[in-house]
Ligand binder design. Structure first.
Ligand SMILES: [Cu+2]
Length: 168
């Protein structure tokens, strides 16, 4: 009797696998898997962030809409609480100083002030400390022009932690 039940469930499993329903379910899952590599796509630009509050790359040139992959690495040794870094690309015409001033009191949101979130085109998902790396992938703006990128940790922009993305 036990054997019959096992045989029966084996048969049921075989029917399920071979059923048209199972076959139609497979292609539905495929596009999701195919979309995954796109997340890591884009021209890789590696930028070091230093204890001197500077980016190692201060000019980036891109074509309108070009996919860019920024990899920010902290090469410093100072503790994260005192010396953390991020990469924040601001829209053209944004007052970077005003943004940085407001960012100072936005520690709970990774120094991205919620009130000025609309001024940000892209930013790394986190602040990094010594030896850490963070990545962000985004499309360069379609509109030609200069776009400032900054580190929004308190006082870092003021110390010169900035660069320009030129779209042309
Ligand atoms: Cu910084």
């Amino acid at each position: 009797m036990k054997r019959v039940i096992i045989l029966g469930s084996l048969l049921a499993a075989a029917v399920f696998v071979a059923s048209p329903m199972a076959q139609t379910a497979a292609p539905k899952a495929a596009p999701k898997a195919a979309a995954a590599p796109a997340a890591g796509a884009g021209r890789l630009i590696e930028i070091a962030a230093t204890d001197l509050m500077k980016f190692s790359v201060t000019t980036i040139t891109a074509k309108p809409g070009e996919m860019l992959h920024i990899r920010l690495k902290s090469t410093g040794t100072q503790p994260k609480a005192a010396m953390a870094h991020n990469f924040v690309l601001l829209n053209s015409g944004v007052d970077a100083m005003a943004f940085s001033m407001e960012a100072m009191s936005a520690s709970t949101t990774g120094y991205i002030p919620a009130a000025k979130a609309a001024q940000v085109i892209a930013h790394t998902p986190k602040m990094i400390g010594p030896g850490e790396t963070t990545d962000v992938t985004f499309a360069a703006p379609m509109k030609v022009g200069d776009y400032a990128y900054i580190c929004s940790f308190p006082a870092h922009f003021m110390a010169g932690m900035k660069g320009i993305l030129t779209v042309k």
